[in-house]
Design a protein around this ligand. Structure first.
Ligand SMILES: NC(=O)c1ccc[n+]([C@@H]2O[C@H](COP(=O)([O-])OP(=O)(O)OC[C@H]3O[C@@H](n4cnc5c(N)ncnc54)[C@H](O)[C@@H]3O)[C@@H](O)[C@H]2O)c1
Length: 274
């Protein structure tokens, strides 16, 4: 007979209240939908009222539960307000996904301006800190039985990227904060993890030329870019009761991009693929 403990289930997320920042597009949007479709009450935080409200409305139209709270995540004051309003609305908080982030790239370090440093650290680092700080406080006050902090970092936080000194620095910092905070909250039943996407098909690439997009697929050992949903599946698992012993981890979702350097190999028996 199969033991009931061996049957995987996401039912444990049902009724949890979670905030997703940067929920209007890309990976954040995919996580918000994944949470909404699986019984989590989602608070969609984004700057754009039109896009953020549309995501919340769509989750509700599909039978989920969601609200939108307009938030500039580079402002600690607005993040505190986001968390206060969430608790006011739902009476509790179980988790926060600090996803909002910007990319910057393509130049050597000396060509970045101080304003660019302040802009990227303001969102990717200070914004994540504020989300973790006020999020952890609210989760502790809620006496959540399955609290979670999830930070969307990057493979740039594992493997420095040429031309991306500032972005790399913010993401290394996020992974450091994730691991240190995991130690702080492990005794209090709050897991703290980082999702590290590789090249993922979102608007973060702006209007990068086709040639650059083709490079991303070729550079990845899996031979393709990732879909935002592939990060969202992990975010759902980390929010579930099945992941309570996973904390302090920085998990790549990257088709082996950060697993090591590519080298030349020759298959002795390529006919296995026929
Ligand atoms: N797409 C990738 O290849 C990739 C790779 C590694 C890491 N990431 C990380 O994933 C996260 C999401 O990025 P994405 O690829 O979905 O990009 P995206 O540009 O499609 O989405 C970013 C989201 O963050 C929001 N945002 C930006 N500034 C904000 C602010 N000040 N306040 C509130 N929201 C703000 C945007 O409105 C948007 O909803 C980022 O932290 C990014 O660094 C992405």
């Amino acid at each position: 007979m199969i033991e009931s403990k061996s049957k995987a289930s996401f039912d444990t997320v049902d009724g949890k209240v979670a905030i997703v920042t940067g929920a209007s597009r890309g990976i954040g949007r995919a996580i918000a939908f994944m949470y909404g479709a699986n019984g989590i009450k989602v608070v969609c935080a984004a700057r754009s009222k039109e896009q953020g409200q549309a995501v919340a409305d769509e989750i509700c139209a599909e039978g989920g539960e969601a609200i939108f709270i307009q938030t500039d995540c580079s402002s600690a004051v607005q993040i505190k307000k986001l968390i206060d309003e969430t608790v006011e609305h739902y009476g509790r908080l179980d988790g926060i996904v600090n996803n909002a982030g910007i990319g910057q790239g393509g130049t050597p370090l000396h060509e970045y301006g101080i304003e660019e440093y302040e802009q990227i650290f303001g969102l990717n680092s200070e914004g994540v800190f504020a989300g973790m700080k006020y999020g952890a406080e609210a989760i502790l006050r809620s006496h959540s039985e399955g609290g979670f902090l999830i930070n969307v970092a990057s493979i740039a936080g594992i493997m420095p990227q040429r031309g991306q000194s500032l972005y790399t620095a913010t993401k290394f910092g996020v992974i450091g904060m994730t691991k240190a905070a995991a130690l702080d909250y492990a005794p209090h039943n709050i897991t703290v993890n980082a999702i590290c996407p590789g090249y993922t098909k979102t608007s973060i690439f702006g209007d990068a030329p086709e040639q650059a997009m083709a490079f991303f697929s070729q550079d990845c050992p899996a031979g393709r870019m990732g879909e935002p949903q592939e990060c969202a599946y992990l975010a759902l698992f980390l929010a579930s009761g099945m992941a309570r012993y996973i904390t302090g981890a920085a998990i790549p979702v990257d088709g082996a991009l950060s697993a090591g350097s590519k080298n030349v190999i020759q298959w002795k028996h390529p006919e296995i693929l026929e």
